[in-house]
Design a protein around this ligand. Structure first.
Ligand SMILES: Cc1cc2nc3c(=O)[nH]c(=O)nc-3n(C[C@H](O)[C@H](O)[C@H](O)COP(=O)(O)OP(=O)(O)OC[C@H]3O[C@@H](n4cnc5c(N)ncnc54)[C@H](O)[C@@H]3O)c2cc1C
Length: 401
């Protein structure tokens, strides 16, 4: 479709969600510019869990096989209470093409998605390019960008998308306010270690009266360890992490095997809308949930799939944008609420401390894992039961929801 603007779509933010959206738009032959302020790709492993619905989305751009090749397939998780194995959660019973959860560092996810953009001539990628501001003018958006040589440059687009994470400058430019914030009282420390355990491709979850510990396999003989810190403790060092792992799992890990340490607190941010005029938000720019449970990036991937279909319907098939974006806001906000509530519930259950909590949790885990209820757990943790995946499944109507 011809456009009086420089680009049909400008995406701000070359994190996993922005890059996925750019790929989906590239496949739809939409003239797209994606800008990322960082000059280089990230090194941090951050999000590692990629669920079966996300793999289905990646298969739309032919990347599911490449992801599976680079990642580790987690096909089951062992659950411990006070170091005793209470049961196992098996993902090989999952319906569909991907009966596992993939584990791949976010840095590799970003690298795979960015490399694939070379296949789409309609997509231009600019790194070291900072979004500064946006102004809607006669059905076009004037976007001010600052590139590496510090010159400001105006580019125009028909639609602007903020995939620029939880501090989103695009969200601020669109004056979309935060309507609810919650900071949970939990803090965690995590690091990836050279893996000398014999856990193979298993995830291990340790619940304990002193707090939780989680462990996930990674490619290249690495393993992620995440430790819940003591109440009131916000930061910690390698010795605290190693001592906590020993106390909660019985394992001795060596400081020399430890990669970069990261501490994080847990927040939930809800914003009033996912769009304003011809500006829309996607991924962490639109919502933030607890990283415990590994759903943030996967939720952003499903946002990107839905939004790509919205943009293609508007730009290729001339459907009205406003009702499509209303539908996006309605459906994907509901999906976020379901995922964020699950993350909060899981975190609540896993982080209760003290003997009574430990006893009740142990009982609950036994009931869940040793009765027919266990069959509902793998699809739940694999995010197959989160509603609102694709626009086509929602028969987009022109009526507001
Ligand atoms: C410790 C931890 C573990 C996690 N584990 C998981 C997991 O296992 N599974 C999962 O699904 N989620 C997980 N998450 C959440 C996940 O990391 C985020 O949901 C995900 O990074 C969101 O991706 P995004 O692309 O929306 O935003 P981001 O990753 O934040 O990317 C935004 C990008 O925008 C760029 N940017 C920002 N402002 C500008 C600007 N003005 N101009 C240009 N560029 C800009 C930034 O440089 C950045 O590259 C985890 C999070 C944490 C903290």
């Amino acid at each position: 479709m011809s456009s009086a603007a420089d680009f049909d779509v400008i995406i701000v933010g070359g994190g996993p969600v922005g890059l996925l959206l750019a790929n989906l738009l590239g496949q739809g032959d939409i003239h797209t510019l994606i800008v990322e302020k960082s000059p280089t790709a990230p090194r941090q492993s951050m999000a590692i869990g990629i669920t079966p619905p996300s793999l289905e989305i990646l298969s739309r751009i032919g990347l599911d096989t490449a992801f599976i090749k680079e990642a580790v397939k987690i096909d089951h998780a062992c659950i411990f209470e006070e170091k005793k194995l209470r049961g196992e959660l098996r993902f090989n019973s999952l319906a569909g093409r991907y009966p596992f959860i993939l584990s791949l560092p976010q840095s590799q996810t970003v690298a795979l998605l960015e490399k694939n953009l070379a296949n789409f001539s309609s997509v231009e990628v600019r790194r070291h390019c900072h979004f500064l501001n946006a102004e809607e003018q006669q059905k076009r958006i004037k976007v001010t960008l600052r590139s590496a040589d510090t010159r400001d440059q105006i580019q125009t687009a028909r639609i602007l998308i903020g995939c620029d994470g939880h501090r989103s400058d695009v969200r601020n430019a669109a004056a979309i306010p935060c309507i609810a914030t919650k900071t949970y009282p939990h803090s965690f420390i995590m690091a990836d270690f050279h893996d000398r355990t014999d856990f193979g491709t298993r995830a291990h979850l340790y619940f304990n009266r002193t707090g939780a510990l989680e462990s996930f396999p990674l490619p290249n003989k690495l393993r992620r360890w995440i430790l819940q810190l003591d109440q009131g403790q916000n930061r910690a060092d390698i010795n605290t992490l190693i001592a906590g792992i020993k106390q909660r799992s019985g394992l001795d890990l060596a400081a020399a095997d430890c990669g970069e340490l990261n501490s994080f607190n847990v927040h939930r941010f809800v914003y009033s809308r996912y769009f304003a005029g011809n500006i829309a938000l996607c991924g962490d720019a639109a919502h933030v949930m607890s990283p415990i449970g590994g759903q943030g990036m996967n939720t952003g991937f499903a946002d990107a799939e839905f939004l790509a279909d919205v943009l293609i319907k508007h730009l290729r098939h001339a459907e009205d944008l406003a009702p499509l974006l209303e539908r996006y806001d309605h459906v994907r906000r509901k999906a976020f609420t379901v995922a964020a509530n699950r993350a909060a519930r899981g975190m609540w259950l896993g982080t209760r401390r003290g003997g009574a909590a430990s006893f009740l949790r142990s009982l609950g885990i036994s009931i869940l894992l040793n009765t027919p209820l266990r069959n509902s757990l793998p699809p739940y943790f694999a995010m197959q039961t989160i509603p609102g995946r694709s626009l086509s499944a929602h028969h987009c109507s022109t009526q507001a929801p």
